[in-house]
Design a protein around this ligand. Structure first.
Ligand code: ADP
Ligand code: NI
Length: 218
């Protein structure tokens, strides 16, 4: 089976898994991550099939999107085998998508992502910052019933993965300090770091403006 055919079946698989998502991880997010991964690939000598496959599939086994990540991964591995991916390829893709998230980085930072993994991680994190990032944080926070802002609640530091996923006292504005503003310095590739500069400024300007309006500074 050729590469084009494989990627087109993978695209259909992802659509069937995430097509109805209402938390900001829908197929539009996947499409942007794939397009950004393609752009970063222009400057990096990484394996294109592995990179794009991981980009398409990276959210299909996420613990906040599927009830049983283990069985979702097993199903995914079976699907990749049916597309004639080798066991080494399946292993690399599985490693990438189970290790690349911000949530995972809070529980374990003692591993190295392959270059393909670094590209997909960069593409995913670039979609969490800038204007789209602001929109996704508000969308996600609204879906989970977060408050918009409470100046009495300080952003959390040194969170565990469990604390990060506990939204009891979370506010949308604090999420910027707890994660989004940190991503710029966690990126891997020069292409992504360059793109992040402007997106970081967009978020900083937004937060400044937000606080001025909140405090009625005119
Ligand atoms: P990762 O998969 O890298 O751990 P997340 O699942 O934390 O990423 O985040 C995916 C998207 O959901 C991002 O755009 C992020 O901003 C948004 N998000 C995650 N947690 C929150 C939160 N507590 N409040 C608002 N948005 C959030
Ligand atoms: Ni994602």
């Amino acid at each position: 089976m050729d590469e084009f055919n494989k990627l087109s079946q993978i695209k259909t698989y992802t659509k069937s898994k995430l097509g109805t998502d209402k938390t900001g991880h829908g197929y539009d997010h996947i499409k942007r991550v794939v397009t950004m991964a393609e752009k970063i690939l222009e400057s990096e000598p990484a394996d294109k099939l592995i990179t794009l496959t991981a980009a398409y599939l990276h959210d299909t086994i996420d613990d906040k999107l599927v009830s049983n990540p283990k069985s979702a991964l097993a199903e995914l591995q079976e699907f990749l085998a049916s597309l004639e991916f080798t066991s080494a390829q399946i292993e690399e893709i599985s490693f990438i998508i189970t290790h690349m998230s911000f949530a995972h980085s809070l529980q374990d930072d003692d591993f190295q992502l392959s270059l393909s993994g670094q590209i997909v991680q960069d593409a995913d994190w670039l979609d969490a910052i800038g204007a789209i990032g602001i929109t996704r944080a508000i969308y996600y926070g609204g879906h989970h019933g977060e408050k918009i802002y409470n100046p009495a609640l300080a952003p959390r530091t040194n969170m565990t993965r469990e604390e990060y996923r506990n939204l009891d006292d979370e506010t949308i504005i604090n999420h910027f300090y707890e994660k989004l503003l940190k991503l710029k310095d966690m990126l891997n590739t020069p292409t992504a770091k360059k793109i992040a500069e402007h997106r970081q400024q967009v978020m900083l300007d937004f937060l400044d403006e937000f606080k001025n309006e909140w405090n009625s500074v005119v």
